[in-house]
Structures are given as structure tokens and as C-alpha cells.
Design a protein around this ligand. Sequence first.
Ligand code: ZN
Length: 230
Amino acid sequence: MENNLLKEAYTRLYPEKEIPFLCGARYSNRLNDYNSRISLKNNFLEVHMSKKWQAVDEEIKLGLVQSLMLRLLKEKNIKTTQNIELYHNFIKKLDLAITKTESEPVLDASFHRVNEKYFNGFLEKPNLSWGNETRVKLASYNLHTDTIAVSSLFQEAEQEVLDFLMYHELLHKKLKFEAHGLRSSFHSPEFRNLEHSFEDYTQIERKIRGVLRKRPQKGRGLLNFFKEFI
Ligand SMILES: [Zn+2]
């Protein structure tokens, strides 16, 4: 029955056309929370969705599938659809629905400090975890799982440095994204303005470089740190 999901999504995008692929859609235990992915191999178009998607309204799932399809097909002419709008609205509120299972005392304390100081305590705590010890991605926010992960490089970093990474990621949780058709902007001008309001913002870059320098990694220079975390 889920095969119809792909056909229906395609037909609504291209009412004049027959879908030129064989289709498959499945729910997978391997994907967390509301993650999903799409692949096209040998004319077989397949969508994997986490089990959580099973219970989601069909119109919203059609939007998910359409946005995956349009990205895969590199479609330039279709900017958005009603279903995609529904899907965007759904994922912007997802963090409210996700059960929080992951936490960690140091990150937990950082969350509470930052939430009190910069968000008047209004933000709901996301999942918090230490990520791999990587300098490619210092920290990230996954809105499909409502999880902030901070690179383990920062496990013993100064409070202020950790709090800045936490602040940046919490801004993502708060602002979500601005959809411009299929392209979403995560670091909007509003985001950057708020980011710069972090206390002693100008000192933070230097301090982060300090943390990275203490853990040199062969064969890699330091990238501009603003590109290193999302
Ligand atoms: Zn970011």
C-alpha cells in the first residue's frame, strides 16, 4: 500500500506524467525518530521512513515524499506544493512530540544555563548527547530527532565555549528554518543577529580554536570554525 504513496506523490507533482520508476516504500527500524531517506538505483525508487512515520497523516507523508523526490530529481521548476507546506509545518513542531530519552549531566547543565540566560527558560529540553570526537562538525541539531550533539572534543572545554555551542544549536531548535521553496535557510540573518548577541561573542572563536589546537589532528588545518558546525 505504501507504494501508492510514491505514485500519488509523483502524480500530484506531475499530473500529466506516469511515474517512470518502479517504486518501493518501507518503514525501517534502523532510522531514528522521524528520519527518512530516498534512493534511486536501477530505476528502482525507494523511500525508507522510520517507524514513527507510520502513524503520520497521509497528506503530510505525501509532502515528505515529494520533497525527497524533488531533491533527488533536482527539479528546478517546482518550488513547493500544498503537501510540502504541510510537511514543513509538521516538522517545525516535531520537537514537541518527540520523547526525550538522551541526556548527559554536563550538557544538561549547559542547556539550563543557556536556556535561563538567553531564552527566559522557555525552551523545552531536547535530547542531548556527545557526538564523535570530530572537528568537522563541532555540534549539530537534528530536528527530526530533536537532538543536539556536541563533539566530544568539547567534553572538558570551558563552560563558556560549551555554552556557545549549545546556544547556537538551541537557536536552531527555536528558529527551525525558513523555507524558500525547497531550499531551506538555517542561518538566516535573524539567526546570525541572535547568535552575535551571545556574551563575549568576539572572544568565542579564539577560544574554540584553542580547544581544537590542543587536540591536533594530522593532515588537517583548522577550517573556518563557522563552517564547522551546523
Ligand atoms: Zn548552525
